[in-house]
Design a protein around this ligand. Structure first.
Ligand code: DC
Length: 232
C-alpha cells in the first residue's frame, strides 16, 4: 500500500494589499464562503502598538516595545463564532480598541521592528500550520506563507480607500477629518512599502485585483470562483 498523508494538505489563501484596500473584509467573507478560518494579521501588529500606547511608551522605542511584547505576547484565540479568531493579550480579547486612529498612527513603527516581525510571523505560521486559512496582511504571500495555494493582491485608488475607511470609522462612531485620514493612509502606505524588512509588496505570482469600482460582494465572488475552480 502506498503511503498516504494522514489528511489532505491544508489550503492557504494569502490576501495582501495596502491600507483600506478591503482585504480584511474580503478575507473574512471569503473564509466563510470557503469554510476556512480567517486571520487578520494586521490586528497582531496593532496589538503591539496598543501595548505601547497603554504603557505610555514611545512606539519607536525598540527596547521598550520588545520588553512589552515579551511580557504580553499577543495570541490568536478561538471565537466568538466557529471558525472565527480574535487577538488576545493576557487573556483579554482585543477588538475595537485595536482600530482607533491613535493605534493606526503608531502601528507602522512597531511593524518595522525586525524582532516584532519575527515573533508575529511565528504566531501566524503556527496558526496556519493546522488549518485551512484565509490570511490578510502585507507580506502573507511574500514572506509568511510563501507556499500559499492562492495569492491575491488587492489594490484600490487612494480616494476609494479613504472613502471606505471613513465609512468604517463613522460606523464605529469615530469622527475623523477626511484630509487627515488621507494623509494618515498615505503615510502608512509609504512606511509599510518603504521598510527594510518584508515591506508591502506584491508577490510576483500573486493575482492583482483593482477593487476601486467593485463592491465587496463582487470581490469575494471573484476570489471564491478562482479558488473553487482551481481546487477541483
Ligand atoms: O491591515 P492593517 O491596516 O490593520 O495593518 C496595520 C499595520 O500592520 C500596517 O500599517 C502594517 C502592519 N502589517 C504588517 O506589517 N504586516 C502584516 N502582515 C499585516 C500588517
Amino acid at each position: 500500500m502506498q503511503n498516504r498523508p494522514a489528511r489532505p494538505t491544508w489550503r492557504h489563501v494569502a490576501i495582501d494589499g495596502p491600507v483600506a484596500s478591503g482585504k480584511s473584509t474580503v478575507a473574512r467573507l471569503l473564509a466563510i464562503d470557503l469554510g476556512a478560518t480567517f486571520l487578520d494579521t494586521g490586528a497582531l501588529y496593532r496589538a503591539v502598538a496598543y501595548l505601547a500606547l497603554c504603557a505610555r511608551a514611545d512606539p519607536n522605542d525598540d527596547a521598550t516595545v520588545l520588553r512589552l511584547l515579551a511580557a504580553h505576547p499577543p495570541a490568536v484565540k478561538a471565537g466568538p463564532q466557529p471558525l472565527q479568531y480574535s487577538i488576545a493579550v493576557d487573556g483579554q480579547t482585543l477588538d475595537r480598541q485595536l482600530f482607533t486612529p491613535s493605534v493606526s498612527r503608531a502601528v507602522s513603527a512597531v511593524a518595522a521592528m525586525p524582532e516584532v516581525r519575527h515573533r508575529l510571523i511565528g504566531v501566524q505560521r503556527a496558526f496556519a500550520a493546522e488549518r485551512d486559512v484565509v490570511m490578510a496582511g502585507r507580506d502573507i504571500g511574500s514572506v509568511v506563507l510563501p507556499n500559499a495555494d492562492f495569492k491575491f493582491f488587492l489594490t484600490a485608488s487612494l480616494d476609494a480607500r479613504v472613502q471606505r475607511r471613513l465609512r468604517e470609522l463613522v460606523q464605529q462612531g469615530i469622527d475623523i477629518d477626511a484630509a487627515a485620514l488621507r494623509e494618515e493612509i498615505k503615510g502608512r502606505d509609504d512606511r509599510d512599502a518603504g521598510r527594510a524588512l518584508s515591506p508591502l509588496v506584491k508577490a510576483p505570482e500573486a493575482l492583482e485585483i483593482d477593487t476601486s469600482a467593485m463592491s465587496v460582494g463582487e470581490v469575494v465572488q471573484t476570489l471564491s470562483a478562482i479558488v473553487r475552480k482551481n481546487s477541483e
